[in-house]
Write a protein of this length. Structure first.
Length: 68
């Protein structure tokens, strides 16, 4: 279990460095069709429905690959 947590930590660090160096690479996150954005005066509501579905599917696939 410790190896999995360390591996996930290293993967998150690598993703963070890539995000820092190439921010335009992840510009699609939160801007997919189906994400709900509403502005009214000074109030802004943002609900990333499709982004969360895509991330959930990708995470499920990756975790299933590691568990086999």
């Amino acid at each position: 279990m410790a190896k999995i947590i360390i591996t996930l930590g290293v993967i998150l660090i690598v993703i963070g460095v890539i995000w820092l160096v190439f921010p335009s690479l992840f510009s699609w996150i939160g801007n997919l069709p189906g994400d709900i954005k509403h502005s009214s005066g000074s109030t802004k509501i943002y609900f990333p429905v499709v982004t969360m579905i895509v991330l959930s599917v990708v995470a499920t696939i990756v975790l299933n690959l590691f568990n086999r």
